[in-house]
Design a protein around this ligand. Structure first.
Ligand code: ZN
Length: 86
């Protein structure tokens, strides 16, 4: 196996229309227990549009936790007894 470096040119994708395949799921919302239907192009949704309105950013609650404390230096101890096979 040989490997080599190749140069990948930067490129941008223009705004474009794309046809996606959506389907309407009829399901019961996990939050409000109402039977509802929702059009989606992904997997079956779990929540209705009232509980989870479309277009809300997913990272509303998830904030990257700041690194706490000192970064631990990882010490790989070599006293682990690997099973010697000879
Ligand atoms: Zn709901």
């Amino acid at each position: 196996m040989s490997s080599k470096e190749i140069q990948v040119k930067e490129y941008t994708v223009r705004a474009h229309k794309r046809q996606i395949h959506t389907r309407v799921f009829n399901f019961v919302c996990k939050q409000c227990d109402q039977s509802t239907s929702r059009e989606t192009y992904g997997p079956r949704p779990l929540y209705c549009e009232t509980c989870r309105p479309p277009g809300t950013p997913k990272k509303s609650q998830v904030t990257a936790p700041a690194k706490k404390g000192k970064p631990r230096a990882k010490v790989y101890r070599s006293d682990v007894d690997f099973q010697k096979s000879s």
